[in-house]
Design a protein around this ligand. Sequence first.
Ligand code: AMP
Ligand code: ZN
Ligand code: FE
Ligand code: FE
Length: 282
Amino acid sequence: MKFADLHLHTYFSDGTFSPEELVGHGHRLGFAALALTDHDSVEGCPRMIAACEAAGIDFIPGAELTAEHNDTEIHLLGYYVDTQNDRFLSDIGRFQSVRQDRIREMVARLNGLNVPLPVESVFALANCKSPGRPHVARALVKAGLVRSLDEAFERFLKKNRPAWVPKAKMSALEAIELIHQAGGLAVMAHPGLNRTDDVIPVLVEAGLDGIECFHTKHSTVMSERYLEMADKYHLLITGGSDCHGFSKGKPLIGTVKLPYEHVEKLKAKVEQRKFSTTDEHS
Ligand code: AMP
Ligand code: ZN
Ligand code: FE
Ligand code: FE
């Protein structure tokens, strides 16, 4: 059997692995296909392509967009997006600056709470365009200001804790359109993590292509529930570990193994869409 992991982060967002390290683990675990889905970023894709090629692994370029619908946070995975697409890059670029401003704001709040964390230490540690709360948490641990990542989130960074700052997000419907115009497939990430089931029909109406049925944090019952939804709404099935390297404890790559047939179905849909759009113009 061939397997895939279609939800992975590197140090180009809040993971700790380089693209090469990630592919090294994927290769050791025997994966036939890997997708890179960094938050609001495709910066790691060129290096993932090279590393996957060298390892004989099928690579799927992607990104995980943080979006919302009626105040509910929705993560959308864009697969097979053209990583050179102008509008895709400029739109995610705006959200990268939102993330950077938010880091400054969170650090200002920490400083206001007499936690002397220099903002440069967070940017130096993050060293990417798409920093997030896990980088602040890691910088706090590194500076000896908290003992653990959990403590950083519990005391300061969790929603409604004193250094938490809400993040401006794109609308989920816009995100689907953004992914589509870049030639990609839009997939709803980890639907079991938040109470977001009511939103699924709305996203389907907007052209959602797939749903992440298998995820480290999905129970068997949850996966079955979303497999049924995939069937009901004619959605593609995806799955992945959501591995962040060591940034949330131990690396999760290897804990979710998506049968390769689902990758073939994704590929077929992208090809079919390419064909039908060229057809329209001829
Ligand atoms: P952000 O995109 O900046 O809001 O950061 C979200 C990231 O922080 C996600 O990858 C979460 O999984 C992670 N996160 C949220 N809460 C915690 C927590 N209590 N411990 C560790 N990581 C967390
Ligand atoms: Zn993350
Ligand atoms: Fe997510
Ligand atoms: Fe993720």
